[in-house]
Structure formats: structure tokens, C-alpha cells
Design a binder for this molecule. Structure first.
Ligand code: SF4
Length: 439
């Protein structure tokens, strides 16, 4: 095994009427060839969030290329991820994989003393050869304690899609969270990676509302893992965290059911659920959120003019599809041709499903060829899909938006509502410009 050498690196007027669609609405469930990134992709935003963590992928050159090319454009300092490459002789059983891994980790930690938390990230190759990374993490943890904690999770494409890598990573953190004490106050735990600027805005908003103490998972520093227990109210900031939520609920946390904080309506409902759980006066809630809603509504107005009446087709990719579809339909007036999601968690998604327009075509999983046929037949104005599908569809004259961009960009909350709408308007504008040039 060798390292790849790159250690260096009240107020919702203006939205469409809520033609509520029952949470038990029919869903086309498909199984077949699918086209999604694997869970390694989550490292790209996770490594920026937990600032003293390092992600060591135990994988192949393909895994190393995926991470490097997906994250490469964003590197401006020494990255906090790398790949320990499983070589042919490792696969042939000619080397002791655990010894090799220990050496790679030893060299890494010697070279990077600022690392406090090391994730060993499993991949397809490490899974195929059944390398037990959880045991390796335990062994390495006792070897390098107390300076470094070593955890493991799987980002393999066999087990995870795209955003499930974040779920697996956060789930690995849950057993490490301290238990509440008998004196612990009621607290709010916001779960899911948010850009720092968004997290800071929500911190200020909760403080203005009088909701607190508020903790975020993941924390910016691995030493600041928040406590969890029966006094913890858990509020999901991302829709793809089924396993993390399950583990937190097993530790006593109470999940607050809410739509996700995308757009004005989602953000307001998300905040309102937390405010209610903390007994905040509705008048105070309106006073705090009112001006922000007004600003966000002004920001959305110009995009509504561009997007209203246009149709959008979602291929399953990030699990953000349903909240985004709700926003595009209800606040920006778009028509939903199909809303595909890789996985539908009915319980977590119930508040979102209730807000989708009546008759929305939902699909779960993927049969790529059939879905491409439906997309071509629908000829939507905009297709939201993974990188692999975008170029072929553009070549067929369809306009696409890369869903991965929605994970890299700060999109949650009031301040970002306009930026989020811009992400959907921009490809349509570009296509219109190209059409004018071609005339
Ligand atoms: Fe490919 Fe699997 Fe590595 Fe992901 S984990 S890059 S799917 S080999």
C-alpha cells in the first residue's frame, strides 16, 4: 500500500397556494442501472467543515482520481484528504494490509501534527477484499491516543451514493458524542454540514429568537462534539442523514419534524418548529423573521419572472431533490416534470411531501434508460442531474444543472434564497444567450 503522496494537499405570501399532496402519494420505485457518484464525494465538503480532521481513503487509483478531480479546483492550502492506494501486491495477498496501513498512518500523523481526528474511509476495493477498517481504526486509535482519534466509515459506491458519505461520516461521530448530564439544559442540535456563513447566520437567528443553547453536528473542531441525550431536540439541516438521525434518536434525542431550510417557506417552517419546541412567542418569531423574509422575497422576485412556467426534471442524485422541487414549484412557479430521488425516507420527508403540488410525479431509485426516455419525452426546460449525465443531455439540446453544485454552495436560509434561485436561472440564461448567438 502506498500513499498517493498528496498529503500536501405568517409570512409566506407570494408563494403558490398549498395544494397539499398526501405524504403517502404513489412513487415509482425503480431498480436498475444507476448513475450517481459514490459516498467518497462527501469528503469534499466534510474536510472543509471539520477543520482538524483528515480523511484517508483506503482505495484504488480510481478513488484517488475521483477525489482529486472533484476537489482539485477548490484546493488553496494543504488538503486534509488523501488516498492510501491498495496496490496489486496488496490485492494478491503479498503484503500485510494492516501493517501497510499502520505505516501510512504513522507517516501521515508525523508529518501533519495538526490532525486531531483521522477518518479511515472505506471504498469499493477495501470492501471487496474485506479489509476491516473499524478494527484498524480501533488499533490505530489506541496507538495514537490521546493526540489523535481514529474513526472509520464507508464511502464505497457499493454501499453509498453521493450524499450518504456524509451520513456515514456523521454516524461514525455519534458514539463519540458525550452524554448529557442530569444538569444539562434543553438544547437544539442542528445536524448536517452547512457552510460556515450559513451556520453563523442560523446561530444569530436562533439567538435573536431566544432558542438555545444550539449546537451543530459536525462541529468545526473535533474537540467540540456536542452532548446528546433526552434534552436534545434534533433538527435535520440536510435530508440525507437517516442513519445519523437514527443513532441520535437511539441516544435519546427527540427529532423535530420539519421541512428543510431551503427557500423562504422551508426556512420559516424549519425555524418555526424549533421556536415552538422552545416555547417562543409567535409575535417574537414574526418580529425576528419578518424583515428577513421580506428581503428574501425581494431577492426571489426577479428569479420568479425568469423561472415561472418553466418545467424541471430531477434525476436522482443528492436526496435534496424533493425539498428543491417544493421550492421551485411553490416559490418560483416552476412545473415539476419528474422528481427523482435515490432514496425516499418517508418519515423524514413527510413535511416536504405534504407541500408538493398535487399529482407530482415522484420516482425512487433509478433505471437509467427508462428515466432518460421519460426525460426526452418530457423535453423539460431544465434538467437537474449528476455530472455524468449533464454533457450527453446538453448535447441533445437539453439545459442542465449539476446537482453536486447545490452541495458545494451555501444555499440554506433566507440570505441565500436568491443565490439558490440564481443557480437554476443561470443555465436557462446561458442557453438563451447561445440560442441568440446561433440565430
Ligand atoms: Fe469508484 Fe468505488 Fe472508489 Fe467510489 S469508492 S471512486 S465508486 S472505486
Amino acid at each position: 500500500m502506498t500513499a498517493d503522496g498528496n498529503f500536501a494537499p405568517a409570512a409566506l405570501q407570494g408563494s403558490r397556494p398549498a395544494e397539499a399532496c398526501a405524504p403517502e402519494l404513489p412513487v415509482l420505485v425503480e431498480r436498475g442501472q444507476h448513475e450517481v457518484f459514490c459516498g467518497l464525494t462527501g469528503i469534499i465538503w466534510l474536510h472543509r467543515k471539520i477543520q482538524d480532521a483528515f480523511f484517508l481513503v483506503v482505495g484504488s487509483r480510481t478513488c484517488a482520481h475521483l477525489i482529486q478531480s472533484a476537489a482539485g479546483v477548490m484546493i488553496f492550502a494543504e488538503p486534509r484528504f488523501a488516498t492510501a492506494i491498495i496496490e496489486d501486491r496488496d490485492l494478491a495477498g503479498l503484503a500485510d494490509m494492516n501493517d501497510e496501513l499502520d505505516k501510512v498512518v504513522g507517516r501521515l500523523l508525523e508529518r501533519r501534527p495538526e490532525i486531531k481526528l483521522l477518518f479511515l474511509v472505506g471504498s469499493c476495493p477495501s470492501e471487496v477484499i474485506k479489509l476491516d477498517l473499524s478494527r484498524a481504526a480501533q488499533r490505530l486509535s489506541s496507538l495514537h491516543a490521546p493526540r489523535v482519534r481514529v474513526l472509520s466509515y464507508s464511502g464505497s459506491g457499493i454501499e453509498t451514493t453521493f450524499t450518504q458519505g456524509e451520513d456515514a461520516c456523521l454516524a461514525a461521530l455519534v458514539p463519540q458524542m458525550p452524554a448529557e448530564t442530569s444538569a444539562s439544559p434543553r438544547s437544539l442540535l442542528v445536524v448536517g454540514c452547512l457552510a460556515d456563513v450559513v451556520e453563523d447566520q442560523f446561530r444569530r437567528l436562533f439567538a435573536e429568537l431566544g432558542v438555545g443553547p444550539v449546537h451543530f453536528l459536525p462541529p468545526r473542531s473535533s474537540g467540540e462534539l456536542p452532548p446528546v441525550g433526552p434534552q436534545t431536540h434534533l433538527l435535520l439541516a440536510q435530508p440525507f442523514l437517516a442513519e445519523t438521525a437514527r443513532l441520535l434518536e437511539n441516544r435519546g434525542a427527540r427529532r423535530l419534524a420539519a421541512p428543510f431550510p431551503l427557500g423562504i417557506e422551508g426556512t420559516t417552517a424549519w425555524l418555526a418548529v424549533a421556536a415552538r419546541a422552545f416555547g417562543i412567542d409567535p409575535l417574537r418569531f414574526d418580529a425576528v423573521t419578518g424583515p428577513k423574509i421580506e428581503r428574501a422575497r425581494r431577492a426571489l422576485q426577479r428569479y420568479r419572472k425568469e423561472l415561472e412556467g418553466k418545467s424541471v426534471f430531477f434525476f436522482p442524485d443528492s436526496q435534496l431533490e424533493i425539498p428543491l422541487a417544493r421550492l421551485l414549484a411553490r416559490e418560483l412557479g416552476m412545473e415539476l416534470a419528474e422528481v427523482g430521488t435515490p432514496y425516499l425516507h418517508r418519515r423524514h420527508m413527510a413535511p416536504e411531501l405534504a407541500l408538493l403540488p398535487m399529482g407530482t410525479f415522484l420516482s425512487q431509485g433509478q433505471h437509467l434508460d427508462r428515466q432518460l426516455d421519460r426525460c426526452r419525452a418530457a423535453r423539460p426546460d431544465l434538467v437537474v442531474c449528476g455530472l455524468g449525465l449533464a454533457n450527453p443531455l446538453e448535447a441533445e439540446g437539453l439545459t442542465t444543472k449539476w446537482s453536486i453544485e447545490l452541495l458545494f454552495s451555501p444555499v440554506q436560509g433566507y440570505e441565500q434564497a436568491g443565490d439558490l434561485a440564481e443557480l437554476f436561472a443561470r443555465p436557462l440564461r446561458r442557453r438563451a444567450k447561445l440560442a441568440r448567438l446561433a440565430e
